[in-house]
Design a binder for this molecule. Structure first.
Ligand code: F0G
Length: 358
């Protein structure tokens, strides 16, 4: 993604800290599209980034900027992916890293990444919103800790390259709709900024409609959009199996509501059941394995299509934000028929028994 360097805020090339992020696949999904009645469905699979999520786009820029600014210690609150990404990039930059995560609510793969990269992991009794609050207080009081959450403007600058890549991937033909899962709201705001910059630079003429998807019990933004409110009302104790977007008080809400309004987009909610079903369909029909939060965008397009809110002939890009391997706990929720655990175990030499099963 550093090919877009002229549009990124890092001046000194020698300060760039990279793990070869960006350049993720934009997959035409014909089989899933057919099932959903959509002719031009694409998935931009951000799980293909080095630490397995879209966060790497923002992190490579923010860590590079931190290095340019002479920072030595970085800090974030996270539902897991920001932490995994920050842990990796700070290791690569030789910086000290502290991450705060909600106790017991972070997917196993993400915990492992944080520990493996040698970050200091602190679990917070409470949810992400509380973890972010205390992280902001610490960064305010102790200036040596540089806060790397998506309120850090350099993160969002990196994340906007998602939009550049979607446009370049479609040969500068602007999609009608871009659908993203929304948690703290950084990614959808950053993508909107990216689309707007290519328009300002006259690389493209128009911009897509932006649609944000949230989990039903963690949906302050979707609720505000649906009830035409100009502010969100935070949700206390948000709940969803999609732990990455289990956020009740998203800090970037003004930008998200702005992007949705300006783009004539919308927001929608999906249930945990719909999320798991969409995760499964994307994996079995297209070979793309994403974590539950990412599948929210697929569940969302399915719901909007069923409700007739999208035209079957429109070009639609769903962004899947994180890799499926991050959250193996999903295995416990798969229908028995699919896990294979109910198959007989056979002796390796018994071809006959094997043939009976297959
Ligand atoms: N999808 C995944 C896989 C995420 O990890 C996140 C956010 C989102 C979507 C939502 O993006 O916050 O920019 O609206 N994860 C953050 C974290 C909060 O700490 O890793 P957003």
């Amino acid at each position: 993604m550093w090919k877009y360097r002229e549009l990124l805020p890092v001046e000194k090339e020698k300060c760039i800290v990279s793990l070869a992020e960006g350049g993720t696949g934009l997959h035409s999904c014909k089989r899933l599209g057919r099932k959903l009645g959509l002719k031009k469905l694409f998935v931009k699979n951000e799980g293909e980034n080095p630490t397995g999520s879209f966060k790497d786009r923002g992190m490579t820029v923010a860590i590079s900027k931190a290095r340019e600014l002479g920072k030595k210690k970085v800090l974030c609150a996270s539902t897991g992916n920001t932490a995994a990404s920050l842990a990796a990039y700070s290791a690569r930059a030789g910086m000290e890293c502290i991450v705060l995560m909600p106790e017991g609510k972070v997917a196993g793969g993400k915990m492992l990444q944080v520990i493996m990269h040698g970050a200091k992991l602190i679990q917070v009794r409470g949810d992400f919103d509380q973890a972010l609050e205390v992280a902001m207080e610490l960064a305010d009081k102790r200036r040596e800790f540089y806060l790397m959450n998506s309120i850090n403007p350099f993160r969002l600058e990196g994340q906007k390259t998602l939009a550049f890549e979607i446009l370049d991937g479609l040969e500068r033909k602007v999609p009608d709709i871009v659908i993203l899962p929304v948690g703290n709201g950084g990614n959808i705001s950053a993508a909107w900024k990216g689309f707007s910059e290519f328009q300002q630079l006259k690389i493209v003429k128009n911009r897509p409609r932006m649609i944000g998807i949230q989990a039903e019990k963690a949906a302050p933004i979707a609720r505000a959009v649906k009830s035409r409110q100009s502010r969100i009302r935070p949700i206390h104790n948000p709940q969803t199996i999609a732990t990455a977007i289990r956020i009740g008080s998203p800090v970037n809400w003004p930008k998200v509501l702005g992007a949705i309004r300006e783009s004539s987009g919308t927001a929608e909610t999906v249930t945990d059941r719909e999320i798991l079903e969409a995760q499964n369909e994307l994996a079995t029909l297209e070979g793309i394995f994403v974590e539950p939060a990412s599948a929210a965008s697929i569940a969302g397009v399915k719901k909007l299509s069923e409700e007739g809110q999208v035209d079957p002939s429109e070009t639609i890009v769903c962004v899947t934000t994180g890799h499926g391997l991050k959250d193996p706990s999903v295995l416990e929720r798969l229908p028995k028929s699919q896990t294979g655990y109910n198959l007989e175990i056979i002796d390796g030499s018994l071809l006959e028994a094997l043939e009976r099963i297959v």
